[in-house]
Design a protein. Structure first.
Length: 107
């Protein structure tokens, strides 16, 4: 007999900027573009609840589509969400095992 599950909305559990930071950081670490887009859509919804004045200028169409998996999130929209949350993107080198070939032969 299949189990019935109630709908889950992570917005209900993300009640602070710090919680959203952890949520978005984990999504970015996954490397999954669809997951990152959905997480940023959720983050924008949280921001809308905790600080609606700040979130007013965010691009709603792309955020709504990405949050439910119907469209890709543009880099412009992603950066706007991160900026509204007081976050920024940082690039770091991945750790490569010394015995493994580099994923980028030119490096």
């Amino acid at each position: 007999m299949p189990e019935n599950f109630a709908p889950y909305d992570p917005v209900e559990l993300l009640s602070s900027r710090e919680a959203v930071e952890v949520f978005v950081t984990n999504a970015l670490a996954s490397g999954d573009a669809a997951y990152v887009a959905a997480a940023l859509g959720v983050a924008a919804r949280v921001l809308d609840q905790i600080e609606p004045a700040i979130s007013a200028g965010l691009p709603r169409e792309s955020l709504n589509g990405s949050a439910n998996g119907q469209s890709d999130l543009s880099l412009k929209a992603a950066l706007a969400v991160l900026d509204a949350l007081g976050m920024q993107v940082a690039v770091t080198m991945r750790r490569i095992d010394s015995g493994s070939p580099s994923p980028h032969p030119a490096i």
